[in-house]
Design a protein around this ligand. Structure first.
Ligand code: PEP
Ligand code: MN
Length: 255
């Protein structure tokens, strides 16, 4: 099993589950700083936050771009939390790499081959999210492209897939956790937020994913979720995050 070290935080192998939390998008400096403090106090060890947001409909809030990266950097310095943020195109890799510790490829770009090839040439870990309609072989093929390019620090992220069932936003692909564990050495994390689409389901999905053996969770969290322009309904508050951190660490003692 591969272990990836992100500024001393070890993800994968037999290491305890790593909890990454933060808002969907970086929208406001004060809220970001407060959220960074609160998620750190709740036990998260990395901060997420989108600077460039993929939006299905044009005209919606698409992120604060470079300004968001600067805010993330401030939060990183103040709270000692490595930063995870999404990269959507090859021309943004350099600017994002100046600020982020881990670059995330979103579900919509899992088969953006140019992007994958370029990410194979950077020296930072990549979180690769499963395409919402991608098979496991296609997902592993995308990871292989980054690795073949020379970057073997790839973290696979399950985030739910598209089905006929609208009771969840993207029904959770939990079976894929043990399936991937049997097929790859790469660390596997789970994003309950985009799978659930609603806050009330997030904690239970985390329990199931942790029981399934994931190496980490990436959870949309904000100290003021209701005012968010992006994914407000699925963002949890830091008090719920603290419970998730607690049972995630206890789990290791049980199994
Ligand atoms: C996100 O993590 O903010 C995001 C847009 O996720 P996904 O690509 O899984 O929809
Ligand atoms: Mn989101």
């Amino acid at each position: 099993m591969k272990t990836i070290d992100i500024n001393g935080i070890k993800i994968g192998g037999g290491n305890p589950p790593v909890i990454i939390a933060g808002p969907c998008a970086v929208e406001d400096e004060e809220i970001l700083m407060k959220t960074a403090r609160d998620v750190r106090d709740a036990g998260a060890v990395m901060l997420r936050g989108g600077a460039w947001k993929p939006r299905t409909m044009p005209g919606k809030f698409e992120g604060l771009h470079e300004k968001a990266l600067e805010m993330l950097s401030k939060a990183r310095e103040k709270y000692n939390l490595p930063i995870v943020t999404e990269v959507m195109s090859t021309d943004k890799i350099d600017v994002i790499s100046k600020h982020a510790d881990v670059l995330q490829v979103g579900t919509r770009n899992m088969q953006n081959f140019d992007l994958l090839d370029r990410l194979g040439r950077i020296d930072k870990p990549v979180i690769l999210k499963r395409g919402m309609s991608a098979t496991i072989d296609e997902f592993l093929g995308a990871a292989e492209r980054i690795i073949k390019g020379g970057n073997d620090e790839v973290i696979l992220c399950l985030r739910g897939v598209r089905t006929f069932d609208h009771s969840q936003r993207y029904p959770a692909d939990l079976y894929s956790i043990p399936d991937l564990l049997s097929k790859t050495d790469l660390p596997i994390i789970f994003d309950p937020s985009h799978a659930a689409g609603k806050r009330d389901l997030v904690e239970s999905l985390c329990r199931m994913a942790i029981a399934g053996g994931v190496h980490g969770l990436i959870i949309e969290t904000s100290c003021e979720p209701d005012s968010a322009q992006c994914d407000a309904k699925q963002m949890i508050t830091p008090d719920i995050l603290a419970r998730i951190v607690e049972f995630s660490s206890k789990f290791q003692e049980i199994f």
